[in-house]
Design a protein around this ligand. Structure first.
Ligand SMILES: N[C@@H](CCC(=O)N[C@@H](CS)C(=O)NCC(=O)O)C(=O)O
Length: 225
């Protein structure tokens, strides 16, 4: 039984500024699923605190708990769960497989390059020198991934073209739209830029910074520090 949109409130544990946290938060909002967001301060070590590890033993955000107490980690797995049976999830097997293809691509080719390049240059820039060798490699790998996405989007409005806007787009948008903050100029990828604009014009879209500013309540999570 899936009851995430039933009575009571589902809970998303998330951290502001995180492209991975954005994904389920945006899907919940766009589908109108009642939920609350609990902010977890990753930089303060809250993901390693005993109280958070008791909620998510994987020690990471995002983490989603539905109204029945079912919990799931991994942003793309939670997108899949949240969107099941909704307009954000294709019904046809081939379209669902296409969405999954791009979600695996996102987690293996895009996020592992954009996220650390952004993290060590924008979020904790005092650590940039520590990763002086890796940062150019992350940026170069991100460009290769964005080129592949750009080529696909040259002939498709969304990553599951027969279906339209889906969780596949939300997954890729999570870090794709943050490439500039990782030092990768999105101007090189015109089709990606236009796809980002299409996503940002979808009903009930909210930018990353506003998503967690408008919809939060203090987390009952003790800091590990
Ligand atoms: N593959 C995971 C990655 C999650 C992830 O890297 N979470 C980061 C924040 S964006 C985190 O919780 N870091 C804290 C830690 O690992 O202790 C997903 O897609 O959800």
């Amino acid at each position: 039984m899936r009851d995430i949109s039933a009575t009571g409130k589902a809970t998303l544990y998330a951290t502001p500024g995180s492209g991975n946290s954005l994904k389920p938060a945006l899907a919940l909002r766009q589908l109108g699923i009642p939920h609350r967001i609990r902010i977890v301060d990753v930089l303060a070590g809250e993901t390693r605190s005993p109280s958070f590890l008791a909620i998510n033993p994987a020690g990471q955000v995002p983490y989603f708990v539905d109204t029945g107490g079912f919990g799931i980690s991994e942003s793309n797995a939670m997108l899949w769960y949240i969107a099941e049976g909704s307009r954000l999830m294709p019904a046809e097997a081939a379209d669902r497989a296409k969405v999954l293809q791009w979600m695996f691509f996102e987690q293996t080719r895009l996020e592992p390059n954009i996220s650390p390049a952004r993290f060590y240059t924008r979020i904790v820039p005092d650590r940039e020198r520590e990763f002086a060798l890796e940062i150019p490699r992350w940026r170069s790998n991100a460009r290769v991934a964005l080129r592949r996405l750009d080529d696909f989007l040259a002939t498709s409005d969304f990553v599951a073209p027969r279906h339209g806007y889906s969780i596949g787009d939300i997954a890729l948008y999570g870090y794709g739209h943050l490439a500039g903050e990782a030092g990768v100029d999105l101007a090189e990828f015109g089709h990606v830029g236009r796809w980002i604009a299409r996503i940002e014009s979808m009903p009930r879209f909210v930018p990353l910074d506003d998503l967690f500013a408008t919809h939060t309540e203090p987390a009952p999570i003790a800091s590990a520090a």
